[in-house]
Design a protein around this ligand. Sequence first.
Ligand code: PRP
Ligand code: URA
Length: 174
Amino acid sequence: MSADDIARALRRIGHEILERNKGAEGLVLLGIPSRGVPLARRLAAAISEVEGTQIPVGELDITLHRDDLRRHPVRAAHRSRIPETGIDDRVVVLVDDVLYSGRTIRAALDALSELGRPRAVRLAVLVDRGHRELPIRADHVGKNLPTSRDERIHVRLAELDGLDVVRISGGEAR
Ligand SMILES: O=P(O)(O)OC[C@H]1O[C@H](OP(=O)(O)OP(=O)(O)O)[C@H](O)[C@@H]1O
Ligand SMILES: O=c1cc[nH]c(=O)[nH]1
């Protein structure tokens, strides 16, 4: 995906979120570090452009809720940053770059349950590459990219990487 493809996908997802929520009322966007955070900020900006209101944006750290902690115990935990509005009775949209096994989102739901009780939780991802290992699906998808398991999706975003691009690497030549 080029920078233009990414921008278009985010604008569309912003519209979808508004349509599904019937406006911006009660919305809170939470990005999953690292690249979910700039994506959540961009989505909030896209929604604000349409609705003319500020959308609360935060970051949800899932490190201590991962189910592979025992296998990889040394991971630095970051702090979650929840907007002042809190998440109780809000419609929380989790935002991440890639959806793959679904384990990150399971951990995110676990982390969220310690912070409050949203009215609803939805999921927006830039890329869904398939291969789910849990019963989790995204409500809003920038692009479905069918992959083989030995491929990897690389999302690069200007805020962290200096450019916007999505690439696939690895796997057998197809
Ligand atoms: O559905 P899953 O199998 O959990 O995979 C998706 C997650 O994997 C990636 O993070 P990764 O752990 O590779 O670290 P990164 O954010 O530093 O790229 C990606 O950013 C998603 O958060
Ligand atoms: O291909 C993948 C799988 C998980 N996370 C990524 O960022 N890319």
